[in-house]
Design a protein around this ligand. Structure first.
Ligand SMILES: [Zn+2]
Length: 262
């Protein structure tokens, strides 16, 4: 049994794949979408990601030629969600893949990013930790910069969250296994049956309290692998702020900057 602490991202209605319309639809939309097959999926599922891309999960063996019609049929819903996302995310946050500033509330840090005036050579990112600044050298191309920043975020998370887990574990008497940092798309963290923790580098964008709440949630899973009453009782004991953090976690993914999304 694994715990997955999911982001809350709006899902479209489940569609029984037998009810998906035939591809004779006239309006074969140009809307961008990505498709992934899930071996255990029994329904077709639509999801709008924060940048507006539509992600469709289909059961194995699903006839993909039916997808354009399906997307066209759900166009109204997709546009509604995109509209809501646009309103919910401040422009500055959506602004792109080459930020000039990176705030990491969990660490109380504000980093500035400088791009070299004279771009030449291989693109690389140099960290000046003392000044909390990053220098991006070379020809800056947005997707490549975003990738460097995501790698940097992971390193920053490894350097800070792993010791934080140790502190919390020592305070509350947990004995976690290995701690891994990932750039997960849809979950804050997870705990394996062997007590290994996997944490999302994006936790650094949360408040310190909410970030600790996720770490504590996963640490409690090293004792209780389920979400049983015993789990919640232990969590309430070690994390009195867990209810408050839940509210923040519900909406926090909306404020994640564009460059963290692959
Ligand atoms: Zn859990």
């Amino acid at each position: 049994m694994r715990c997955y602490y999911h982001f809350i991202i709006p899902h479209g209605p489940r569609l029984s794949w037998r009810r998906v319309p035939n591809p004779k639809h006239k309006d074969l939309t140009s809307m961008n979408y990505k498709v992934r097959t899930h071996p255990r999926a029994r329904h077709v599922r639509l999801r709008v990601e924060p940048q507006g891309t539509v992600l469709i999960t289909v059961p194995r063996g699903f006839d993909r030629s039916r997808l354009p019609a399906l997307v066209a049929e759900r166009r109204g819903w997709i546009e509604q969600v995109r509209q809501r996302l646009n309103e919910a995310r401040p422009c500055a946050e959506r602004a792109g893949f080459m930020p000039e500033r990176i705030d990491l509330p969990a660490l109380g840090e504000r980093w500035t990013v400088h791009y070299s005036d004279n771009p030449s050579g291989r693109l690389r990112l140099v960290e000046h930790a003392g000044e909390q600044s990053l220098a991006c050298h070379g020809q800056p191309a947005a997707p490549a910069v975003a990738e460097l920043l995501r790698d940097w975020l992971k390193r920053r998370a490894r350097a800070t969250l792993v010791p934080r887990v140790s502190v919390l574990a020592a305070v509350h008497g947990f004995r976690p296994g290995k701690v891994t940092i990932r750039n997960q798309k849809s979950r804050w963290g997870s705990c394996s049956a062997r007590g290994s923790l996997s944490l999302n580098a994006r936790l650094l964008f949360l408040s310190p309290t909410a970030c600790d709440s996720v770490l504590l949630h996963e640490l409690v899973h090293t004792e209780h692998l389920d979400h049983s009453p015993a789990f919640w009782a232990r969590l309430a004991e070690v994390d009195p702020a867990c209810q408050r953090s839940k509210q923040e976690l519900k909406s926090a993914w909306l404020a994640l900057p564009d460059w963290v999304w692959v």
